[in-house]
Design a protein around this ligand. Sequence first.
Ligand code: ADE
Length: 224
Amino acid sequence: MRVDIITVLPELLESPFSHSMMKRAKDRGLLEIYTHNLRDHTPYKQGQVDDYQFGGGAGMVMMPEPLAILLDKLKEDRAYDEVIYMTPDGPLFTQKTANTLSLRENIIIICGHYKGIDDRIRQHYVTMEISIGDYVLSGGELAAAVVVDSVGRLLPGVLNDETSALFDSFQDGLLAPPVYTRPADFRGWKIPDILLCGDPKKIDDWRYEQSVKRTKERRPGLMD
Ligand code: ADE
């Protein structure tokens, strides 16, 4: 999978993709991530990429031209399955969206800043919008990192059996069950006996029950 990220702060995106699973995905050639500094593509002086909004009001808006120039350039070189705009007013990101995106080959992610991007880019280029939650970040970069991380780990070959995504929270519409490791007795706090019974079927049933219980208690909306 290839991900092209358009940003005014490429430095913000260096660390999230240089460790752990994302590093492994890149090292194995399963995930390619290219960050593009929008300022390198603006026709305006001094790397200008934003301007005052028409109609007045506080806050700058990202100009359409630098974005269009860069988007056209990228699209000339290959076909993209989605042009995604990270924005708090988009549909909420879920595991289902991550699963869907993990099947795509090439995607572009636009990180907004200031008041956001000129709406004509949303109308004419953007095919999908994503919000990672009902709160406002100072830019789309951290949100883009969240999306790429959750999608990247689903790519075949990134996770091994031990870290398989099949048992993640949300993957089957339920939260994950509680997990325990050694010691079995820590300060007198004991793990559930069933986990030591040695019967995989019984343990699986218990885990499923715990998942249902947790989901009902914590996120009843997921059960609908
Ligand atoms: N940009 C700013 N806030 C955001 C959010 N919550 N989700 C996605 N992109 C954003």
